[in-house]
Design a protein around this ligand. Structure first.
Ligand code: S3P
Ligand code: PEP
Length: 427
């Protein structure tokens, strides 16, 4: 039987503190770099969710020691990387794009496969890039999973031109492993590059591990050399803060996310600016980031190319706003967990908004609200967007909400706590 979640209707102002587990993006980078490091390291408060568990599983399959310790921390012990092995990337873009360059260092073939939708996620830029670095990859000419990386224990590396117009993760994946290539990497970006802050996050994380990374006018260079082991405390996932903070705007309430970092490479930090533009009062308090809504939501016209992870929740807010919004710069979202422009069009239309798809974005004009049974599209962020809609619209239901386990397994319990109804999620 299909699992259907009734998204709680909650027009009354929320007043809550919403702590969040670790960042998906930082946890993925920390795992990969720990696996390639010159000694063991400890990851404190990593995200434990489907995507990061899949990354840990893939690394373990390749010979990396990853031990679960109390409180969900991970102890990572690098080991000789080995094939043959098949790894499950699920629907995780981070595993799909960060693992293959590391697999190329294994001493045998590594096949990357995953959920049916993973077979649609674009990856030709990474596969061609690996070939340009001297790696043999069999992909049947599809440029997508499943594909096999033929590791030989070493990668030549050097100069390579990479098309990352469909995902910044292609650049990040190559940079993360590049210090272990014989010649490092001299990467030239061909075409556009979405989600630039995520590449900056990669560069910063590499430098924290002692890796020499230089930005050029064409891309990035990574010098060959050791990757220093590093114990890390993972920051909370600021992109996953989006639905919780959005609840303050929708209900005219107040939500605080504790442990909001002072300085961060996470693009989710832009929520401070974006929710401010949508009419919220955003304030750093000793307790964390506090967002207070007025009960009315201002429309937003914005290029979201750097922060596409936030687009589903912002689009849900746009459907509840005082006027039409327009989001651009997010054509690459058609290659995310689902075609998110199409999915948002369907969902927001179902609850009464008028939506127009642009080649690189969406226009959303609020309309008379109505209840609807929405699909999750196997997409965690579509479930979170539906939850935001449900606060204002009575009768929003979501089929297959389990998709949310991708980055926040206990989302429904957290949502119930946000609304002051800790048992609500199980009703
Ligand atoms: O490097 C990362 O951790 C990510 C980069 C972005 O990917 P795209 O560039 O494919 O949007 C982002 O959307 C994704 O959720 C995480
Ligand atoms: C695009 C996303 O995920 P992935 O890392 O699978 O690309 C996302 O989390 O919004």
């Amino acid at each position: 039987m299909r699992d259907v979640w009734s998204a709680p209707h909650h027009p009354a102002p929320v007043d809550a503190v919403a702590p969040l587990p670790g960042s998906k993006s930082l946890t993925a980078r920390a795992l990969v770099l720990a696996a390639l490091s010159d000694g063991p390291s400890r990851l404190v408060r990593p995200l434990r969710a489907r995507d990061t568990d899949l990354m840990a599983g893939a690394l373990r399959a390749l010979g990396v020691g990853i031990e679960d310790v109390e409180g969900g921390d991970w102890l990572v012990a690098p080991g000789a990387l080995r094939g043959p092995v098949t790894v499950d990337a699920g629907l995780a873009g981070t595993v799909l794009r960060f693992l293959p360059p590391l697999a190329a260092l294994a001493d045998g073939p590594v096949t990357v496969d995953g959920d049916p939708r993973l077979h649609d996620r674009p990856n030709a830029g990474l596969i061609d890039g690996l070939r340009g670095l001297g790696v043999r990859v069999d992909d049947g000419g599809r440029g997508r999973a499943p594909f096999t990386v033929h590791g030989t224990g070493a990668v030549r590396g050097g100069a390579v031109e990479v098309d990352a117009s469909e995902s910044s993760q292609i650049v990040s994946g190559l940079l993360l492993a590049a210090a272990r290539f014989d010649e490092g990497i001299d990467l030239t970006v061909a075409g556009g590059l979405p989600s630039l802050p995520h590449v900056d996050m990669t560069v910063t994380t590499l430098r924290e591990h002692g890796v020499q990374v230089t930005a050029t006018d064409r891309g990035w260079q990574v010098a060959p050399g050791p990757i220093a082991a590093l114990d890390r405390v993972l920051e909370p996932d600021l992109s996953n803060a989006a639905p919780f903070l959005a609840a303050a705007l929708v209900t005219g309430g107040r939500v605080t996310v504790p442990d909001w970092p002072e300085l961060t490479t996470q693009p989710g930090a832009q929520l401070q600016r974006l929710l401010g533009l949508m009419g919220a009062d955003v304030e750093r308090t000793p307790e964390g980031l506090q967002v207070t809504g007025t009960g009315s939501i201002s429309p937003l016209v914005e290029d979201l190319g750097e922060v596409s992870e936030l687009a589903p929740v912002l689009a849900a807010l746009a459907a509840l706003a005082d006027g039409p919004s327009r989001f651009t710069g997010i054509a690459h979202m058609r290659g995310h967990e689902t075609d998110r422009l199409q999915a948002l069009d369907e969902v927001l239309t179902a609850v009464g908004a008028r939506v127009r798809q642009l080649p690189d974005g969406l226009e959303v004009e609020p309309g008379p609200r109505r209840p609807a049974l929405l699909d999750s599209y196997a997409d965690h962020r579509m479930v979170m967007a539906a939850a935001v809609l449900g606060l204002a619209i009575d009768g929003v239901e979501v089929a297959d909400p389990g998709a949310v386990t991708k980055t926040l397994p206990d989302f429904r319990e957290r949502w119930a706590r946000l609304l002051g109804d800790p048992v609500g999620a199980t009703r």
